[in-house]
Design a protein around this ligand. Structure first.
Ligand code: CO8
Length: 219
């Protein structure tokens, strides 16, 4: 394995591959505010003990809101372009289920460059529950997958996850700040090796390694 010690490269522009890209500043603030409100709604619905009358009224309001905004739909694969503090661009699908800015189902995980890779802080609510009071293992894997893929992408080597290996070391609590870290550990031809962790109070609750296979730019 060759340790990846190249300087950080610019991520290829997806427009060159015919993909549709929306700059972050073109997303209406009303949409991001609505997304936050819907996240709160999902949490409220998941945990409510309201009575039938209130539930029926809330349902009618939600149905009306859905009808109001359903007339136009963005294409499923649309990407968002963000400009990093260092001026380079990064891309991700708008509705990515882990990080998507317009997806109320995403927590969302917001990764930033840190040290030799990426880092995020996140607190997950009861919507992401598996065992009582704990984060679902599938969501931990999804968060690690996103962080590991993001680390490869941030190093200028975006690709697809070919293999993901997760070890759950200790229970990951809900409603508690978690730290997510990821970095590239090596490369070999199109193979990008990545590793990452989820921590609570400095203790690793889960760690993952993945093989990302870089998109083939040769066409
Ligand atoms: C910022 C955005 C972050 C996004 C994070 C989220 C990431 C995701 O969730 S991606 C979605 C889940 N992943 C997928 O759906 C991928 C499905 N699989 C595929 O499309 C293909 O198998 C793919 C692209 C991974 C590899 O196919 P292909 O491009 O034909 O590569 P291929 O020539 O077979 O393999 C390239 C190298 O990788 C190796 N390889 C491929 N798959 C594996 C595997 N599963 N295990 C081990 N090695 C593998 C091959 O042996 C080969 O190695 P070498 O260079 O030594 O010969």
């Amino acid at each position: 394995m060759t340790v990846h010690d190249q300087p950080v490269a610019e991520t290829p522009d997806p427009r060159e591959f015919g993909l549709s890209v929306l700059p972050e500043h073109e997303i209406p603030s009303e949409l991001t505010a609505l997304v936050a409100d819907v996240r709160a709604l999902v949490d409220a619905v998941a945990h409510t003990e309201a009575g039938p009358e209130d539930l029926a009224e809330a349902r009618a309001s939600v149905a009306a809101a859905t009808e109001r905004i359903s007339g136009t739909r963005r294409e499923t694969g649309a990407l968002m372009e963000q400009t990093r503090p260092d001026g380079t661009a990064e891309y991700g699908t708008l509705t990515n289920v882990v990080s998507g800015v317009t997806n109320p189902a995403s927590p969302p995980l917001q990764l930033e460059r840190s040290g030799d890779g990426l880092r995020a802080e996140i607190t997950l609510n009861g919507v992401y529950q598996g065992p009582p009071g704990l984060v679902h293992g599938g969501w931990i894997a999804a968060i690690l997958d996103q962080a590991l893929g993001g680390a490869a992408s941030a190093a200028g080597m975006p690709g697809m996850t070919a293999n993901l290996d997760v070890n759950y070391r200790s229970p990951t609590p809900l409603h508690a700040p978690l730290e997510v870290t990821a970095r590239v550990t090596g490369t070999e031809r199109r193979k990008v090796f990545v590793s990452g962790e989820v921590r609570h109070n400095g203790t690793v609750t889960a760690e993952g390694t993945a093989l990302m296979v870089r998109f083939d730019a040769s066409g």
